[in-house]
Write a protein that binds this ligand. Structure first.
Ligand SMILES: [Zn+2]
Ligand SMILES: [Zn+2]
Ligand SMILES: [Zn+2]
Length: 147
């Protein structure tokens, strides 16, 4: 399963269409925030604000929530801090190294068995794309540098 992020012209069209469906306007701020998340792949509100200095942090927060609400973005938790936003519909799980904080995107199919078992035995529906697994990456486990 590949991890391909939409090209920015596609993203712009998709964004405009989604907003229009809901009677919302396409604004330069919404476009900038969407472009920043696309480029950063995973981005906290602070990282987005840093990438789009023309948009203030409050607007960044509000815009991220709006874009998630209309289904264009999704968020996950890659650590103890703020949530990280990414493009929705790109279903994958995150594997994060405790030591060096590297983030690895892994196919959601890896947790298929867990998802099936939870559903069968407990009727629990796993939100796979919200999933982050923590551990130690190969480099760190091999005794690589850690700070
Ligand atoms: Zn969450
Ligand atoms: Zn590591
Ligand atoms: Zn990811």
């Amino acid at each position: 399963m590949s991890h391909i992020h939409a090209a920015s012209s596609e993203t712009a069209t998709q964004l405009a269409d989604r907003l229009k469906e809901r009677g919302m306007r396409m604004t330069p701020q919404r476009m900038s925030v969407m472009a920043a998340v696309t480029q950063l792949v995973h981005a906290t509100p602070d990282q987005v604000a840093e990438a789009v200095p023309e948009v203030d942090l409050t607007t960044v927060y509000r815009t991220l929530e709006t874009l998630e609400h209309i289904g264009l973005l999704a968020h996950t938790h890659l650590g103890h801090g703020a949530a990280s936003y990414r493009l929705a519909g790109d279903d994958h799980i995150h594997v994060v190294c405790h030591r060096c904080s590297s983030v690895i995107d892994a196919p959601a199919g890896l947790v298929e068995q867990l998802a099936n078992t939870l559903q069968k035995e407990r009727g629990f529906i796993l939100d796979k794309s919200h999933f982050t697994v923590f551990g130690t990456c190969a480099d760190c486990a091999a005794g690589g540098t850690h700070d």
